[in-house]
Design a protein around this ligand. Structure first.
Ligand code: HXC
Ligand code: NAP
Length: 268
């Protein structure tokens, strides 16, 4: 597979990755470690984090598993502190933790809406805020993982869409405020990514061929392709890029809400 992979690119750098125990977050953590970064993995389930940390270490990298709920600021700040104590600072913060499910707005409970906003949007602010002191010392960078739902009105996704749109706005506001500290703040908005928890929750079983026809590139993306975008945005190649949200969606968003509209018609 083609890659912008540069060995040693992130040597002597430390990254903290929320949602690093699975899926896209785990892929990003492994990719950053493979390129030399020490990586702190954050999520609620310690076992998942430890498994990814073991994989990274078996591959010659450095990793730390720190269990925290991104909704709990003090717990998250403690995980950040653990990373700083172990690795000496923070250069990169990647916010990949999220929660999502399909739900019609008419029946979604207030608590269901709040849970997703709290994990995705507040969790992203909490990570950025907890890392600010350290990122300002290293002139570091933040990348948050959003989704096409941030831009495209999408049925059954009002909670996730509002949260991801909020993260993209937060990205621009933090970029504006923190540019003077040398901190760059960007987002990556994936389309459907194969083999992930997100797709298993949002895509009805057996509908893969139909769904892929709704992607201009006629296929799902893969975790590697998201890692490429994150690597680029964290690297010196993106040294003048801040406040950006990079769509990595095979053109999915060009077609509007696509398959979600079909789901709504089917009574979702
Ligand atoms: C309607 C639901 C629901 C569902 C939960 N809720 N699941 N409502 N439909 N399927 C409601 C509950 O009833 C409850 O409201 C409220 O949400 C909180 O539920 P809890 O289970 O108490 O919350 P919590 O334990 O905090 O779990 C958060 C969660 C959960 C989001 C609900 O699913 C989770 O932890 N997910 C993490 C993993 C995940 O979702 N990964 C996918 C990310 S992918 P009430 O009113 O009953 O109290 C992604 C894809 C992006 O984001 C786009 C792809 C194209
Ligand atoms: P995933 O494997 O479920 O990743 C989400 C991670 O977040 C999990 O490891 C989960 O671990 C962690 N998490 C959830 N709630 C948390 C909380 N309160 N505190 C700390 N950690 C929490 O799903 P994924 O599909 O790879 O998604 C990763 C990111 O990509 C998400 O931001 C998602 O919105 C985005 N995205 C995915 C797709 C896709 O096609 N999959 C498309 C667009 C955007 P614990 O449950 O152990 O905490």
């Amino acid at each position: 597979m083609q890659s912008v992979f540069v060995p040693g690119l992130f040597e002597n750098k430390t990254a903290i990755v929320t949602g690093g125990g699975s899926g896209i977050g785990a892929g990003i953590a492994k990719r950053l470690a493979k390129q030399g970064a020490s990586v702190a993995l954050v999520g609620r389930t310690l076992e998942k984090l430890e498994n990814v940390a073991k994989e990274i270490e078996a591959d010659g990298g450095k990793a730390l598993a720190a269990s925290a709920d991104v909704r709990q600021y003090d717990a998250l700040a403690n995980a950040v502190k653990m990373a700083v104590d172990r690795f000496g600072g923070i250069d990169f913060a990647v916010a990949s933790a999220a929660g999502n499910f399909l739900a019609p707005a008419a029946t979604l409970s207030a608590n269901g809406f709040r849970a997703v906003i709290d994990i995705d949007l507040c969790g992203t602010f909490n990570l950025a805020r907890a890392c600010f002191e350290y990122l300002s010392k290293t002139k570091g960078a933040i990348v948050s993982i959003t989704a096409t739902q941030a831009k495209i009105a999408t049925p059954l996704q009002c909670h996730a869409g509002a949260a991801k749109a909020g993260i993209e706005k937060l990205t621009r506001d933090l970029a504006l405020e923190w540019g003077r500290f040398g901190i760059r703040v960007n987002a990556v908005a994936p389309g459907p990514i194969e083999g992930t928890e997100g797709m298993s929750r949002l895509a009805p079983g057996g509908a893969e061929d139909m769904l892929k026809k709704r992607v201009p590139m006629r296929r799902y993306g893969n975790i590697h392709e998201i890692c490429e975008a994150v690597t680029y945005l964290l690297s010196p190649a993106a040294s003048f890029i801040t406040g950006a949200s990079l769509l990595v969606d095979g053109g999915t968003s060009l077609l509007g809400p696509g398959p979600f509209l079909d789901l709504l018609e089917q009574g979702g």
